[in-house]
Design a protein around this ligand. Structure first.
Ligand code: XMP
Ligand code: MG
Length: 179
């Protein structure tokens, strides 16, 4: 498994320390607002876990599942909602937690979809932002790390459903996906 990694981009320590900062930022911003934190399955699972664990303010959990990658490393551009929210978002403060903002197709789609449910507010919090690859006009409200245009795996991010279990974010060897 580990020999599929060309180099580590973000170590476990770097991720954990930045995630703690983001947790504190969210806690300060959403104090008294009882936000609903919505994780985007499956890639956001470790990020969602680490942001929410030790969150010092009351919050609710919910999850959606969206898919934009047919297979491989290129976004298909069309997003499918595989699982919708289970909670009533009307009048609530919502924060979407996602692993990465890349082309933007996924979060653009999810944002429009969730806004139809009339939340009081909706913000996007991503661990990684890859602005070079953006295809639609969308920005996240909270960003963990801005990264260059390289395909990364680990800490929830996958290639062909593998490598999500690494505690770090690493650059996948190009020969893995050019095979
Ligand atoms: P878009 O392009 O819609 O991408 O903003 C969001 C989704 O695409 C996946 N994605 C990646 N997965 N390494 C990955 O393992 C990457 O470098 C990468 N870039 C995008 C990811 O699932 C995200 O939810
Ligand atoms: Mg994802």
């Amino acid at each position: 498994m580990l020999n599929a990694i060309e180099r580590v981009l973000l170590t476990e320590e770097q991720i954990q320390s930045r995630v703690a900062e983001l947790r504190n930022t969210l806690a300060a911003e959403y104090e008294g607002k009882n936000p609903i934190l919505i994780g985007v399955l499956k890639g956001a699972i470790p990020f969602f876990r680490d942001i929410t664990l030790k969150m010092p303010i009351p919050c609710n959990y919910d999850f959606v599942c969206a898919s934009s990658y047919a297979a491989g490393t290129q976004s298909a551009g069309t997003v499918t909602l595989l699982k919708d929210t289970a909670m009533d978002l009307r009048g609530r403060h919502v924060v979407v937690l996602e692993d990465i903002l890349d082309t933007g197709y996924t979060l653009d789609f999810l944002k429009a979809h969730l806004l139809q449910k009339e939340p009081a507010s909706l913000k996007l919090c991503v661990l990684l932002d890859k602005p070079e690859r953006r295809r639609v006009d969308i920005e996240a409200d909270y960003v963990g790390f801005t990264i260059p245009n390289v395909f990364v795996v680990g800490y929830g991010l996958d290639y062909m459903e593998y490598y999500r279990n690494f505690p770090f974010v690493g650059v996948l060897k190009p020969e893995i996906y050019s095979k």
